[in-house]
Each structure stands twice: as structure tokens, then as C-alpha cells.
Design a protein around this ligand. Structure first.
Ligand SMILES: [Zn+2]
Length: 94
């Protein structure tokens, strides 16, 4: 999906439509020793019977999250663009 670098949209702080810069949010590297990661590894190890925590259904792509920065008040808001897609979001210059 393609999107322009700046759009004119509602800012909840200014309470009007303003020009806003778009930035794509990307997930950072996950910590290998976080509580959730340790718990997941423990679950996959198993003890008796079925393995819990193993994915059976693979979901297609991810929905793209975007931050909108208002050019007037410089505050940031988040927005999700579109639905699940494997293609990354492209920012195009206008
Ligand atoms: Zn604003």
C-alpha cells in the first residue's frame, strides 16, 4: 500500500484538521530473556502430552501502524492503516 508523507487530518490536541507527518512504526528487536519469551520457551518444551503455545494457524501479514506528527503542536498520535497485508507500507513523496 502507498501513502503520502504528509496528510491533512484531524488532530485531537488542536481539535481541527492540520497537516501531519507520517512515520511507519516498526517493531524493535525482542529481548530473548523477557518474561514472555521465557514463558513461551517453557511452554514449547512441554512435559507430558500436547504442546501448548505452538501456532497451528499462520496469519497472513500484519496491519501497518503509523504515527502522525502534527506540524503545529508537534504531538504524536497513532493510527492503523488498512487490514492485514504482507506488503510493507510505502511512503511516497507528492
Ligand atoms: Zn496539533
Amino acid at each position: 500500500m502507498k501513502m503520502p508523507e504528509t496528510i491533512r487530518t484531524y488532530c485531537p490536541y488542536c481539535k481541527t484538521h492540520t497537516k501531519q507527518k507520517i512515520k511507519v512504526v516498526r517493531k524493535g528487536k525482542e529481548s530473548a530473556f523477557s518474561w514472555g519469551a521465557r514463558q513461551h520457551r517453557r511452554k514449547l518444551k512441554g512435559y507430558i502430552g500436547k504442546l501448548a503455545g505452538k501456532k497451528t494457524v499462520k496469519k497472513r501479514g500484519k496491519s501497518q501502524k503509523v504515527t502522525l506528527e502534527c506540524t503545529i503542536c508537534k504531538k504524536k498520535t497513532e493510527r492503523i492503516i488498512g487490514t492485514r497485508t504482507a506488503k510493507p507500507l510505502e511512503l511516497t513523496k507528492l
